[in-house]
Design a protein. Sequence first.
Lengths: 209, 209, 209, 209
Amino acid sequence: MAPKTFEDLRSQEREARKKLIAETARNLFARNAFREVTIRKIAQATGVSAGTIYNHYSNIEELFLEVFLENGRQIIRLVGKTLEGDSSGALSRVCRVYVNYLNENRSFFQMMSRFIQAGELTAEELPKLDQNMRELLDLFEEAIRIAGNRTNTRLSAHALFSALNGIMISYAKYPGRPTEESREHTLRLAEIIAENFELRESRVPGQNK
Amino acid sequence: MAPKTFEDLRSQEREARKKLIAETARNLFARNAFREVTIRKIAQATGVSAGTIYNHYSNIEELFLEVFLENGRQIIRLVGKTLEGDSSGALSRVCRVYVNYLNENRSFFQMMSRFIQAGELTAEELPKLDQNMRELLDLFEEAIRIAGNRTNTRLSAHALFSALNGIMISYAKYPGRPTEESREHTLRLAEIIAENFELRESRVPGQNK
Amino acid sequence: MAPKTFEDLRSQEREARKKLIAETARNLFARNAFREVTIRKIAQATGVSAGTIYNHYSNIEELFLEVFLENGRQIIRLVGKTLEGDSSGALSRVCRVYVNYLNENRSFFQMMSRFIQAGELTAEELPKLDQNMRELLDLFEEAIRIAGNRTNTRLSAHALFSALNGIMISYAKYPGRPTEESREHTLRLAEIIAENFELRESRVPGQNK
Amino acid sequence: MAPKTFEDLRSQEREARKKLIAETARNLFARNAFREVTIRKIAQATGVSAGTIYNHYSNIEELFLEVFLENGRQIIRLVGKTLEGDSSGALSRVCRVYVNYLNENRSFFQMMSRFIQAGELTAEELPKLDQNMRELLDLFEEAIRIAGNRTNTRLSAHALFSALNGIMISYAKYPGRPTEESREHTLRLAEIIAENFELRESRVPGQNK
DNA sequence: TATGAATGAGCTTTCATTCAT
DNA sequence: AATGAATGAAAGCTCATTCAT
């Protein structure tokens, strides 16, 4: 929406700058391990000074959270779109889309680990994170339902979410971009997970591919 | 075995001191996030100076690896014992034992992540790690077989391993000991994972508990 | 030149601060043996924190090199000026000026030794060092030529350079400022060296092998 | 001489052990830069514990001095033998022998620099060092005399000694053994130095200022 | 608001030296 | 006399954060 006052304009600009920082950080996190991304590097990559970042975020954790939340929104959009398509094979597609995203955004689950495990979020931050998680789990739950499962769907969604994250922590190799080989392995595992979370009406040994 | 010479005795004592350091480190890792455990803290907790640690380990990575490998041996023992019992429900038991262990040893999968992803192990260290991993996967594979699955068992073992690790990264809360609540949640998820990895001969909606 | 913009001013100030650190370091090196000069001591002497030094130099070696190069430029200026004067006795004056400088800058040849021998300079640093050395040797060579020698002048310049450095390693006393006595001794030796490098009458070019 | 009492025997053994340590250290110093030789490495190379070294030397400096003095005695022997031969070209041979020795014993002049410059020797140590130096200078002086020089011979010996040492600090490259190239360069410079210290025909005693 | 120099606590690591056995 | 584990001071270096401009 167009700014109506100078005040609005200023506010919009400020917001844009903040977004720019977060976006740059996100790119860095996508390509580097979490612990290799420093304030200095983010500042440099954004083309601002380190001090500037502190004008927008009160500490590095806050910036990390914003990056993480944006990653969350992105993956939610992606998974959401995947579910809009043909319902047959939806679960498998969802799993592959999710794991593929993790491959492209290497620090995502490291940050996840950090935020979920750290337990030091403020009262304002926590709900945002929770909201994100809930939406993602909604989508996983829907995928599970589409695949024919009707019981324990919420818990299954949690389990699915965990399982897919685990693929990355267990098999992704650093540093740099994932090799084609490791990406393929993670996708194959995602497929296995998907199959196991599908309802298999009368699964007979040898029938699953 | 009892020492036969002074030399033996000294060597045993030395080994014992080394173990003490590793054990202390393991305790710290169990209670703290990986990156918060420093040489200084390990030294202090062990009651020695930082320099002493370098008399036993040539660098911090070597100590970390020893701790990690010991954790690995432990979990292999535990899972192995679990498989010796009644074959019915073995997979489920294995999953719970594994997740329970991760709950008690919080840094284990962070270290796993580090060592798997870092790719900076020496030529001597890597095989030890690989050997550990292979044994653990053997056990998971056996559990899967016992549960009735006969196809893709190796890949399924990988997927299972990933999935269980993922539970922790996704749901374990830091810092300190896991709350009873979070432990229960992770165990419930382990259960779900186990069910999904079981062969369900003619699984009918509503039939899975 | 006067700064034209704020940017210029800031840049100049930064440069000045950097110079201040280097200058302080140079003073420390003048009075102390090379290996006793640490980042912390330089920082303290400059009145800044150790971290600050790393804002200006990426590591200690870089600072050392800057100090060393500046020393080199200084000695080149001094020797150059000496050569501008009366050609009679120029070689002797050059030798005394050089040795006197080494007396006032005790670590200079220790650093020389370090940089020459270490062989760990980057591709950017090495040429600077080489350029410095070449200019100094050019001056020594000129002095030798002025003194009447016409053969092997480059090699003789190397030998002269070595010989004068050797005076310091062999006779300068640590710690602290050189005593008047030791300074006099080194100057006397410089004189001897100079005499021996002068052409003495009937020596005919080509006769020395 | 054969031990006459148990006491003698014990004392001889003790002396032998001490020598062994010093000899091993000397080998290490010959092959490594001074600052890379640690007590631990000497102990390990000797096959004793670090503590043992402190039973023979009250600190590392004392050991260094012993090594240095032994090196001195060696070089004195070598130079002395060189002087026993044909008097023609003796100075040149002496210079080459000395520089060659420095090439084979890389740390020698680093230690020289240390001891001469440190000025922290005890009242017992200093005379030993001085005695060594005096003998070496005696030999250099004799070589200069043989070469025809008759004035200022003591001072010239000092200058020659300095000059030859300077070759090494100025041109020897670390690490490891000297390359054939660098050795040749240092020998060529030694030759130049020698030539310049020789009396050249028509030079008349008293004429050089 | 943006800057970026300065900070300082904290890191891993080295090594001469001590001392109980 | 020999041991070698333990020490602890000191090194170089990193980095989130602060604050005067």
